[in-house]
Ligand binder design. Structure first.
Ligand code: SF4
Length: 700
């Protein structure tokens, strides 16, 4: 077993920072700088630095648990796996395969996501599989597919950012969510470029900006349309580019021209002079980028909002050119790879579509099954969770904690409790695992080998550095054991490289083609960008006997058959739940630097808890005064879905009509008790970022 320095990657966010791990004599693991990885050049945030603490956490699960007499008690692996197989089997027999649900996570490695999708479709025969990555990037993915014919979060490496002339960062607080990435923006400014941040809060990221726009939450679509209107009015479009490389300009132009700057100011609250200054800063340099994150994407019009920002790039010739383009800053560790290989409701591996007969035939051949046996597309994440206990009777859940992270979380918690059977694989007893009939303790990142794909589309090898504790198995072992018990003896290997070899074949020829990538290459190179096909007669291999990978997309052509990008005409519309007399304030939610997602791992790290011990309600002094609340006073935030209580944090750095809550915690301060599950019609993304609430003081 490895006992020296192992170069690998952080278990948390989509930056996938490189780090070295060294086992210490006392059984713990030391993290040290790994300067050769270009994304972080050795820098790590507090989450990455302290990640090994979860490996040896005293609350780590070390034995399977089964529910007996209402209590979870230790059990053998055979007993636990038998119980899960029986639970799923009974549901399938009594209610049909679609009564079995599978829910995955954007933190699972490519191999696990691939195997989970295959398990659902081949072993259970269910269409009901989706994953929490739906809550992360699905609107950007949908917008990217419409415009470019392909979705890869960033179509260029992060290293291109400092060479651009201007970056508009929309709804991203990367100074807190992925701090090592901030240096790319610092270098951008040192090189003479400018940074514009769009955020209703004056975040640590916004403090770095040359210009900070503070729109009302849920109005990013109108903002982008207003900017495009000004681009046209000021004659700043790139007509040659539009003519040569795009389709659909006239309709998009007409839609934008209905959004006068003064009208946009009324909707967004962003003054017209700031709109004009943004257009000037964006259009004057030779190159410019727009990068979006959860702010504009986690809306019930997230896809249209992304389309509006892409339209701005296309109209100004700022896509598919050096140091220019639109990109999405994916959040979860394997948010990119997790959406490519089949755990999403409508997908097959290689970013193929489940309703495409040719895709079904290709993947079915790799899997050795009849294409007609593969179910069709299933429900999206929120719809799947909402169907628990009614249409879906049993659930296998891997790498997710929806009791904290799903919108309208108290309702989802009740749906989960109403299941006939729930099995959860996790490293600790998360709030969701605590509701399960069977809990399986699984290996963590440093205890297993597998691949992830970071926000740049760079496929990476996470290497095993230590031996897992006794009593713990990998998710691949779990799926192998369940498949075997459910009558499928072959096709579910436990070795991740063996799974990856099959994934290569399954992805070959698909949009996210990994067939030219091997573990050997990943060990020798600092990641390989997809698409990376196997060299053949149509694939330029250059001096290599392998394809070099594709760090930069769209420089020659976009991925639509005619090589042209598509404008998508979109218009402003309101959020699903506007403030009114009863609920007069807007709530927006987000993250803090010391916690990650639902906090299942980071809330187990003392150092991180000391830095971010619990939720809070951030509000403007004017709002606090109206409420009669002082700093630290408990404040109740009430929406149509429930009530959450947390201490007031009063700051001038937020709009007076808006409050902010981070969503990492359970209990009375659970922000997702309040959030609105109104879904985007295309991406099925819930509207996490804007809903109507009222505030109340709380007697303590
Ligand atoms: Fe890990 Fe993300 Fe922090 Fe890097 S920025 S150390 S990948 S959590």
């Amino acid at each position: 077993m490895p006992n020296s320095v192992t170069p690998t990657h952080c278990p948390y966010c989509a930056l996938q920072c490189g780090m070295n791990l060294t086992p210490a004599p006392d059984g713990t693991v030391e993290v040290s700088e790994r300067a050769d990885f270009p994304v972080n050049r050795g820098a790590l945030c507090g989450k990455g630095r302290t990640a090994p603490a979860v490996l040896s956490s005293r609350v780590r699960l070390t034995s399977p648990l089964v529910r007996s007499g209402g209590t979870l008690v230790p059990a053998s692996w055979d007993e636990a796996l038998d119980r899960i197989a029986e639970g799923l089997s009974r549901t399938r027999t009594e209610h049909g395969p679609d009564a079995c649900g599978v829910f995955g996570g954007g933190g699972l490695t490519n191999e696990k996501a691939y195997t989970l999708g295959k398990f659902a479709r081949v072993v259970l025969g269910t269409s009901q599989i989706d994953y929490n990555g739906r809550f992360c990037m699905s609107s950007a993915a949908a917008g990217g597919m419409k415009a470019f014919g392909l979705d890869r979060g960033l179509p260029f490496p992060l290293e291109d950012i400092p060479k651009s002339g201007c970056v508009i960062l929309v709804g991203s607080n990367l100074a807190e969510t992925m701090p090592p990435s901030l240096r790319f923006f610092t270098e951008l400014k040192e090189n003479g470029g400018t940074l514009i941040v769009v955020d209703p809060r004056r975040t640590k990221t916004a403090e770095q900006a040359d210009l900070h726009l503070m729109p009302r939450p849920g109005t990013d679509l109108a903002l982008a349309l207003g900017l495009l209107h000004l681009v046209v009015a000021e004659g700043r479009t790139d007509e040659a580019y539009i003519g040569e490389r795009t389709v659909g300009w006239e309709d998009a132009r007409a839609a934008a021209m209905a959004h006068w700057p003064e009208y946009v100011e009324r909707i967004t609250g962003v003054p017209v002079p700031q709109l004009r200054e943004t257009v000037r800063m964006f259009c004057e340099p030779e190159s410019a980028m727009v990068l979006t994150a959860r702010g504009p994407e986690q809306q019930s019009k997230g896809t249209d909002t992304v389309s509006a920002w892409i339209n701005l790039c296309l109209a100004t010739g700022r896509a598919g050119r050096p140091y220019s383009g639109y990109g999405c800053l994916t959040g979860q560790g394997n948010g990119q790879g997790g959406r490519e290989h089949g755990q999403k409701a409508d997908q097959l591996p290689g970013y193929r579509k489940l309703d495409d007969p040719a895709a079904r035939a290709h993947v079915a051949e790799v899997w050795g099954v009849d294409p007609d046996s593969l179910p069709g597309p299933g429900r999206s994440a929120y719809e799947l969770l909402d169907a628990l206990g009614s249409d879906i009777k049993s659930l296998l859940l891997m790498g997710s904690n929806p009791v904290v992270s799903a919108p309208r979380a108290a309702h989802i918690e009740e749906r989960i409790k109403s299941l006939d059977f729930l099995a959860v694989c996790d490293v600790v007893l998360s709030e969701t695992a605590a509701l399960a009939d069977v809990v399986l303790p699984v290996t963590q990142w440093a205890e297993e080998t597998g691949t992830t794909t970071n926000l740049e589309g760079r496929v990476l090898l996470r290497r095993q550095a230590i031996t897992p504790p006794d009593g713990i198995r990998s998710d691949l072992d779990v799926l192998h054991g369940l498949a075997d018990r459910l009558g499928v003896e072959k096709g579910f290997p436990t070795d991740s490289e063996e799974v990856f070899e099959e994934l290569r074949r399954a992805s070959a020829g698909g949009p996210a083609d990994y067939s030219g990538i091997t573990y050997r290459r990943l060990a020798e190179e600092n990641g390989v960008f997809w698409p990376c096909p196997t060299p053949g007669k149509d694939v330029p291999a250059g001096d290599h006997d392998v394809h070099p990978g594709t760090p930069r997309l769209f420089l020659e052509r976009f991925a639509h058959p005619d090589g042209r990008a598509r404008f998508v005409p979109v218009s402003h519309r309101a959020i699903a739940e506007e403030p009114d007399a009863e609920y007069p304030v807007l709530l927006t939610t987000g993250r803090v630097v010391a916690q990650y997602q639902s906090g299942a791992q980071t809330r187990r790290v003392d150092e991180l808890n000391a830095a971010a011990p619990g939720p809070f309600v951030e509000l403007h002094p004017r709002l606090a005064e109206r409420l009669g609340a002082a700093e630290g006073d408990p404040v109740a935030v009430v929406s149509r879905r429930g009530r959450a209580v947390a201490p007031a944090r009063i700051t001038l750095g937020i709009r007076p009509d808006t409050v902010f809550m981070p969503f990492h915690w359970y209990g009375e301060g659970r922000a997702n008790t309040l959030t609105n599950p109104a879904l985007d019609p295309t991406s099925r993304m819930p509207e996490f970022k804007a809903c109507a609430v009222r505030l109340e003081t709380v007697e303590r």
